[in-house]
Design a binder for this molecule. Structure first.
Ligand code: NAP
Ligand code: ZN
Ligand code: ZN
Length: 346
């Protein structure tokens, strides 16, 4: 066991404070990673405040981790000391079920192990990336390509893969009209990725405050959803709508923006249920779907795609002592577009 400095919440809704946690000794197939940067995902806030239900405390959030390998177990073949690597939302899974075998570890039917707020296979709690170091089995570690700086790569480990996976699955590409709802951490990655995949991209944001940024990141159009005219003008327009909104959304009005056979894919994880008028789906044979993060293989594919296309997150680098303040800004949609913690300040 190694004592490691970290930022943790001691109980639901408690502020995050500096503390010390234990990381397990490096096992045969483990990689010890010196964390350099950790992104703040809205999911960290949902969980630390128990918005999704009962949680495990103390909690060290953080599942957007970028760092450098500093030790490897004797059986490790994929990584060596000095390699630039990332860890996302899961650190283990059953490895045997149909989904694990298909590279869809995030949907492991045997139970995947989330990076934090969970118990590992050995019964010990998992602690996330707001820490100096982490120990992870090499199969749940990805390589950060040389072309990507670690700070702008960190948010790709959740925000990047969570938007890349559905965009690929629902064939965002040339000739497709794609709308991204919400210009936050996930949304601003969705815009860049959908554009790089060749789709015509529209941002649907609450206001036009972030319009210039959206257009710079690759959006072709930008609309405010607070303006009722938006819904009239864009009726029946999109092949695919990707909603990244962290609060309950009026799905019926967004479904009306789809073409016949279009799909609204939701990745937002609000704390309250939403309601739906099923007629919104019948008229136009529409699909309402969801998508959760992505598997390890696809996460690597996404990182390589980002390096190839020069895509990274737009970040605001903060010290660890600014985490609580950053949470408040995320909650008021005042993030441009991902807070990233400089782990050297933990
Ligand atoms: P974020 O940075 O806070 O972005 C969310 C955006 O949603 C905001 O920037 C805002 O965009 C919009 N929004 C917020 N409140 C709204 C409201 N009341 N009505 C309409 N729009 C609103 O959060 P994030 O880190 O991108 O995460 C977004 C959601 O995805 C969270 O619920 C998170 O837990 C979830 N998530 C899911 C997965 C998955 O696997 N499916 C993975 C990661 C995160 P505008 O200012 O542009 O309107
Ligand atoms: Zn996340
Ligand atoms: Zn499995």
């Amino acid at each position: 066991m190694t004592a490691v400095a970290a930022y943790a919440a001691s109980a639901a809704k408690a502020p995050l404070e500096r503390t010390t946690i234990e990381r397990r000794a490096v096992r045969e197939f483990d990689v010890l990673i010196d964390i350099k940067f950790a992104g703040i995902c809205h999911s960290d806030i949902h969980q630390v405040r128990e918005g999704w239900g009962e949680a495990v405390f103390p909690m060290v959030p953080g599942h957007e981790i970028a760092g450098v390998v500093s030790e490897v177990g004797p059986g490790v073949t994929k990584y060596k000391v000095g390699d630039r690597v990332g860890v996302g939302c899961l650190v283990d899974s059953c490895r045997e079920c149909e989904n694990c075998k298909a590279g869809l570890e995030q949907y492991c039917t045997g139970g995947m192990v989330p990076t934090y707020n969970a118990l590992d296979k050995d019964g010990e709690p998992t602690y996330g990336g707001y820490a100096e170091k982490i120990v992870v089995d090499e199969n749940y570690v990805v390589r950060i390509p040389d072309g990507l700086s670690l700070d702008v790569a960190a948010p790709l480990l959740c925000a990047g893969i969570t938007t890349y996976s559905p965009l690929r699955h629902w064939n965002a590409g040339p000739g497709k009209k794609v709308a991204v709802v919400g210009m936050g951490g996930l949304g601003h990655m969705g815009v860049q990725l959908a554009h790089a995949l060749g789709a015509e991209v529209t941002v649907l944001s609450q206001s036009l405050r972030k319009q210039d940024d959206g257009l710079k990141l690759g959006a072709d159009h930008y609309y405010a959803t607070s303006d009722p005219k938006t819904f009239q003008e864009l009726s029946g327009t999109f092949d695919l709508i990707l909603s990244t909104v962290s609060a309950p959304l009026g799905l019926d009005s967004y479904l009306s923006l789809l073409k016949t056979d279009g799909a609204l894919v939701n990745v937002g994880a609000p704390e309250e249920p939403v309601s739906l008028n099923l007629f919104s789906l019948l008229a136009g044979r529409k699909t309402l779907a969801g998508s959760g993060i992505g598997g390890i293989r696809e996460t690597q594919e996404m990182l390589d795609f980002c390096a190839e296309h020069g895509i990274g997150a737009e970040i605001e680098l903060i010290t660890a002592s600014e985490i609580n303040e950053a949470y408040e800004r995320v909650l008021s949609s005042d993030v441009r577009y991902r807070f990233v913690i400089d782990a050297a300040t933990i």
